[in-house]
Design a protein. Sequence first.
Lengths: 474, 547
Amino acid sequence: MSHVLHDIEKQVIKVLQSEPNLTEEGISQKTTLSMDQIRRGIEWLRLKKLADVTETTSISLSLGKNGLEALKNGLPERRLVTLVQDGPKTFDEIRSSLHGFDFNAAIAHAKRNDWINIEKTDTGSKISLKDPDADVPNDSDLIISKLGERTIVPTEFDNTPLAEPLKSLMERPDFIIQHEEKTKTVSLSETGKKIDLEKLDSGAIDVEADVPHVHAARIHPLNDTINEVRETFVHLGFTEIIGDLSQSSFWNFDALFTPQDHPARELQDTFYLKGLNAKQLATPTQIKNVSSAHKKGWRYYWDIQEAKKMVLRTHTTCVTIKYLADKKPDEARIFSLGRVFRNEKVSYKHLVEFNQVEGIVVGKHITLRDLMGIQKEFYRKIGLTKVKFWPTFFPYTEPSLQSMVYNERLGKWIELFGMGIFRPEVTKPLGITKPVLAWGGGIERIAMLKFGLDDVREFYNNNLSWLRTASKCQ
Amino acid sequence: MPVVELSLSRLQKLVGKKANKKQILDSLPFLGLDIESLEGNTVRVEYSPNRPDYSTDFGIALGLQGILGISKGILRLDIRKQGNYEIKVDSSTSKIRPFVTGIIARNGSLDNESVKQLINMQEDLHFGLGRKRKKSSIGIHDLDNISFPLKYTTTSRDHRFVPLNSTKESSISEILRDSEVGKDYGSILGQSSKVTLITDAKGQTISFPPIINAALTTVTTKTKNLLVEVTGIDKQSAEDMLSVVVVILQGAGFQFSQLKVSGSKNSTPNFAPRSIALDADPVNKILGLNISGSILVSCLKKCRLDASMKGKKIQCTIPRYRFDIFGGMDIVEEVALGYGIDKLKPAWPASVHIGEKNMTSEKLDSISRLMTGFGFMETLNSTLTSEQILYDMSNRDSSQMISVTSSKSQEHAILRDSILPGLLENLSKNIHETYPQKFFESGIVFSKDSPIKETASLACVTASEETHFSKIKAVLQSLLRIGFNIKCETKTLSKHALFSQGRVAEIVINRKTVGYIGELDSKVLENFRIRTRVVGFEIKLSGLIFD
């Protein structure tokens, strides 16, 4: 079994392999580790069953306040004996040398040891030695003097004549203090002892330990989806074209056969730029042809001033139609992607400014079924597999279809991209002779499916905690 | 898209017992009708504005009968010339609202639901085709209170009559001033002293178009016979509108008599169908199909058109109310619908096209990658923003402000001329998140030109107590050097609204100022409630790394 050990653990093991039982302090003296590191290291080793920790309690004794007093002046009973050595003395006489508590203690212990007699006389009680010639035992005095100012372990008097007197001294208040101290002794387990530190891969670390979160700086999640959509169009053979966000009404509406009194052109749906009119609109032929298509199709006076009004583009189609009108390709796959604008109330499903992509296929032999196939392949590439098509209406395409994509999370069909063939009323006036098939739609809707969002505004809130944590690979 | 609410059981009755409810619900989307909601017997569907006949269940039933094969081809229209119904047009109307047309509908009955459907139709026609009543508008009246001939004429604003939903007489001026419809649509009449009016042979006021009918001719569920009149400024549009009303009333069981229209530029309406002939081959080609002439004909009949093959040509007959059909491509769509969109199988076209990203997209991509490499998080802000963020809180000069008209939201009323204020707003919204915070955004900024100029720019900010000028300058220099091999200088600038004095510089490349860099001014930061030090820069990319 190989062990992956932290550097702290290695240092602890190394010390214990040369000195089997050590306290934490002992280890600390022999390494450069802090006490905190040592405690952590020991805990890790214990959990890995590489080290054992035994806790022992050691007891030591030293003299207390009364003990130290006795060391200086002798035990009270000893002093009593000395006082009555020369003959009996009354209580009062003794009290002049032995005060208060000492007096009581002296009488009590001398009596218990059977050293003195107490005789009641007319002049008060008198104390006398029981046997003036006999030696009074001095074990307790010995203990006091042996302890002196040291600290000893209680086992020092085991199996000696002093064991019993120590016991009785310890019962007396403040003569001897008992200290308790707990010590952790660390030793290696059998496995721990066998670890060969030399053989351990010195670069290895604990790869299973928890670590803090770090935040990656990253591309905005919506831009991730936009980039994915762009890449997918490129994979499908489409070439990107770009155009301005501000456009003349001519390219945004008139060139797409949207009559000038159409509700979509009203202020409540479209953002007009206050007081700004286009200086250059289109070529004179383009203007003339578009104008007559409107007069013929919609029977009204077509006003060039209306066409000059600048708007924020309501779709990317203005970019693609201008490209087609200027280049008139016989064969092409192009696309345009970017911001578009609608004068709407902002809500969980509507934004005033959002991203749209639109692909255009021009070709003599291209069919509606081909366009459906391209779209199906597009969805497959971005991970949407259940797709169906329904008829719908767009003002400048005919026939027009919408694609529906099944969403498992919501359990329903979601309307995504629209598609259709540009009406001849759009293409003919601009000199485009080959069929033009268009498909596209809003990108936020796709991103919402990918990121599981139900509120489209989330993309533009720039909430850092969401930006930091939204999963990237969906 | 407009919405109509339908009763499923009523719809089933109109379609015919052969269709069950599931078939009906499954078929609706294939008529281009999106089911918005379905609750019990009530289904709400969205229909296309080019199909006002779908504004009622009568029109939708007609479509369903076709696509389900229950009843195909054109619904024949029988308009009798019996009765002496006439409206005479006075030439005084020609400067105000020159055209009137109409029809007599008899022997029908209208229950509550039918009245509801007719009101929905009328509102739809007024809004869409009628351009909010300006181009054309409808009045539907109880025929039995009217004496013929009628007169379409003009009157002064003092003229008095009892308007619909009222019991007392009002003058035209009072109606325009006090009633809801008067206030909403009065402007259509302009400032002229005269207004249009329809009166009957007894001199009774029938209607004050395009504002309100008279109470005299109120339609109720007891009404059996109707007069429908349409007035407008465009004759064809008025007749288009009438044709929709006629096909709907036909569905509701009415029989028709002609209303003769005479005088000025007016004439009796003609409901005759049109004919379009087109080659069958291109139809197959554009749809990617190869179906026989007889199937093509059958597809068109399922869409309630009539058709026959004449050699290689399809001869298609289009009823009057299908004025959404302009030409051949519209017929192609009808074929696709009749064939069934669900039966059109996606194909994969062989292509020799090699796709390419636009150079600008590529370069912006590179910049984004480098900026994230430097530790900056990308944010996205609207280019249409608010005066408050862009100018007020940023202490910037608003004299070159570009605004949009009638925005529904104050937060989106001004086009940005700088990205930095948006980034400060982003910092402001994230003050509770951990620091350091580093943001960047690249995108379009606008400036006045002839008439307007769009420039791609890049801006970034670092918010942190430890940051300072040299750190952000290091990012700027490395970005330009690594990304585009461009050397830039920073030249002392005495003053800039966004930055602190003495800590701001112009970014100069080839002796041209392309942006600004510095420590953000404490007053500006205070306005955005940012309590930490912020450094940043903004640089124009158009003209620098792409055109």
